[in-house]
Ligand binder design. Sequence first.
Ligand SMILES: Cc1cc2nc3c(=O)[nH]c(=O)nc-3n(C[C@H](O)[C@H](O)[C@H](O)COP(=O)(O)O)c2cc1C
Length: 305
Amino acid sequence: MIFSVKNENLQREFLGLSFDNPVGLAAGFDKDAEMIDLMEPFGFGAIEIGTLTPKAQPGNEKPRLFRLPKDQALINRMGFNNGGVNEAVDRLKKRKSNIIIGGNIGKNKITDNEFAINDYEYSFEALFNVVDYFVVNVSSPNTPNLRALQEKEPLSKLLSRLQERNNEKEKRKPILLKIAPDLTDSQLDDITDIVRETKIDGIIATNTTISRESLTSVKDKVKEIGAGGLSGKPLTARATEVIKYLRQALGKDICIIGVGGIMTPEDAVEKMKAGANLIQIFSGFIYNGPSFVKNINKAIINAGV
Ligand SMILES: Cc1cc2nc3c(=O)[nH]c(=O)nc-3n(C[C@H](O)[C@H](O)[C@H](O)COP(=O)(O)O)c2cc1C
């Protein structure tokens, strides 16, 4: 009652699903599906769990998550710490909330890229009956070589295999691809070709960036933090640019979920104007606190986007 905004102008029909509002919680916040019933009252229209891998893994050594308050940014190198997909499946079966759930899947660190497809396929099958849509994550900078799976040939094979499995089901589920903001235009062109070829349902743009451009925090501090994905305000403009590019290339029928540096309600409106059908937040929720979803939803109603 405090944080939710119920309004028919917020409702969205995409991916064959009815969203109460377009604001989702981005992947990585509730990797193990432990907090769904706790997070729903903050007013989200969807929660994306994961990234989940077939086997449990500890992720990188701590410290692995840093704040850059001057830049309204985070740097993380969590490295897909999670309890494994099967534990998450058990939790999802017990959840009380019926909020829309996205299942974000990846590969274990110890799995060579050559066998990565098997990891994605395993988690796809495990989660099939307990999530509403799937996200294929090939864009985290914190699993060695993962982003090589964004290249044309491996990506095409991966998505084709998942679509084969999907089409064998009585009722298929939407599959989206989550991409990095660091791709060149020609890589983005390859991706849009593959989206059309494999007939997947949408794209989530974007994951965190490996770039450290335009940071105002002390250079030595940034250097000392070291490797990881940067999120928050320094990502806002690039993520929007990618969304615009993809929308122009793909036309209106492919669902785009816009994420990356939504730090104000106005940023959310801008993402939707750039072509996002739905949006997600992570760093903005950390910096703004619990009323952020409500404020974004109010701005979306006022802007009529
Ligand atoms: C601590 C942390 C962990 C994350 N873990 C994941 C993850 O497991 N899978 C994923 O697809 N994205 C992950 N992300 C990326 C976010 O989902 C999002 O794409 C990115 O942070 C950009 O949005 P933001 O600027 O609103 O934070 C993570 C981000 C952070 C800050």
